[in-house]
Design a protein around this ligand. Structure first.
Ligand code: UD1
Length: 417
């Protein structure tokens, strides 16, 4: 499915289950490498990035079986430490295999990881932090190589709360000699989920979800059964789609407790929200209100992954909204496409966009250029008058199990082609 065709202008109604979290499932699957036993990971989303991670685990010698309820990974035999695959290049989160392979084999040779084209995405913090733990890096024929004669715990003070670097440190630290203290750690719920899995396997980790995480290395790990939490970003995408297109929806399993900043912005836009353990009920306002400012920030701030979705709702808002992107410089690639639909928005400065709300968007032929921006275009098309075609939807499949099916469950007229 490379294109999605949407007949817009229909308010959303109904309920939709929210898939498991991509950004939690990927590091947890990488972490199964450390255990050397069988782990059963439930609620993994059936998305391209998870398929790619499964193929990498298999290439490393793990036995991996998809079952109805989840993925069974047996990492008792891991052979080889070379990962030269297209799957590594195409997926940013293959980077967490760096910490996992160092932890398991003390060495790894891999392609430089890829991912969405939303900025430079350097890996300097990953290399520097693992370097503190005794890992030496080299580069041969364009491949990144890492070895650790002795992997040691360390006190690491991250200058930026990088999610991926925090995950890599945790993965290596669990297997290292001695204690590791991470200061300035990322606090995202996906870090909590990774630590939840590792602790269920027998690891000793304190402080996950805070800026200071302590890990005692060298604990014996055992296989376990673990459930990936629901995806707060997918839930947020559908929430803003409802605010833009109108209607009443129930986001089943949506993790409201992890979505504070998102729910605050949605509330300021005029949505009526009711959060419970079962999910989030959303009643859209007749027209979104302007919210003055939306600023992305590391958790618990407003997630950069939902900036483009919020932008769509702001594009239809009454009044003016300033959207500031502080994490990835290239996350405004969707703006050009929204302008084709009649959106009025103006770049003020790097990372600052002024959005002047319009009464309606018009259907158009637009192109997804990255994962989250692509999903936001589907939301814009739902709200727009007439027909839209969104091309480049392979990006969307990297993070959404079946965005067309989900919106159809909410009464939208959406067809993948
Ligand atoms: C993860 C998420 C991604 C989300 C992002 C921020 C996964 C698979 N991806 O990406 O969806 O948008 O967190 O919430 O979980 N940085 C450096 N040097 C580094 C690493 C990062 O300067 O070595 C910078 C980045 O350029 C960025 C900031 O730190 O400006 C945050 O990046 P980071 O938290 O590492 O994002 P990812 O882990 O790549």
């Amino acid at each position: 499915m490379d294109s999605i065709c949407v007949q817009g202008g229909i308010a959303l109604q109904g309920e939709v289950p929210i898939q498991g979290s991509k950004n939690a499932a990927l590091p947890i699957l990488a972490a199964t490498l450390l255990v050397g036993e069988r782990s059963f990971i439930r609620n993994c989303p059936r998305i391209a990035d998870v398929y790619a991670m499964v193929s990498l685990l298999k290439a490393m010698g793990c036995q991996v079986n998809w079952q109805e309820q989840g993925i069974l990974v047996d990492s008792s035999r891991v052979q080889g430490h070379e990962m030269q695959s297209e799957a590594v290049k195409g997926m940013r989160s293959s980077l967490c295999l760096l910490g996992a392979m160092i932890g398991r084999c003390n060495e790894v040779v891999m392609e430089h990881p890829g991912g969405c084209v939303i900025g430079q995405r350097p890996i300097d913090l990953h290399l520097w932090a693992l370097g503190q733990m005794g890992v030496a890096f080299g580069e041969t024929q364009g491949l990144l190589s890492a070895t650790a004669d002795r992997l040691c715990g360390a006190r690491i003070c991250l200058p930026k709360p990088s999610v991926g670097a925090t995950e890599n440190i945790i993965l290596a630290a669990v297997m290292a000699e001695g204690d590791t203290l991470i200061e300035g750690a990322a606090r995202e719920p996906e870090i909590v989920a990774l630590c939840g899995y590792l602790c269920a396997c027998g690891a000793w980790i304190q402080g996950a979800g805070t800026a200071c995480i302590r890990i005692r290395g060298g604990q014996r790990l055992y296989g376990t059964d673990y459930t990936v939490p629901a995806d707060r970003i997918v839930a947020g995408t559908y929430l803003f789609a409802c605010i833009a297109a109108g209607g009443n929806i129930f986001l089943e399993h949506a993790p409201g407790e992890d979505m504070g900043a998102v729910l605050t912005v949605a509330g300021r836009m005029g949505a009526r929200l009711c959060t419970s353990r079962e999910g989030i009920y959303v009643q859209a306002p007749p027209r979104p209100l302007s919210t003055d400012r939306i600023i992305t920030a590391p958790y618990p701030g407003f997630p950069t992954d939902l900036q483009s979705s919020a932008l769509v709702a702001a594009a239809l808002g009454e009044g003016v909204t300033l959207v500031e992107e502080t994490i990835f410089e290239n996350r405004f690639r969707v703006v050009e496409e929204l302008r084709k639909m009649g959106g009025r928005m103006e770049m003020l400065d790097t990372g600052k966009l002024l959005v002047r709300g319009v009464d309606t968007l018009q259907g158009a032929l637009v192109e997804a250029k990255e994962l989250r921006g692509g999903a936001a275009l589907v939301a814009a098309a739902l709200a727009a008058k007439g027909e839209s075609v969104i091309r480049g939807c392979l990006y969307i499949n990297r993070g959404y199990e079946n965005i067309c099916r989900d919106f159809r469950e909410l009464g939208a007229r959406v067809i993948g082609a």
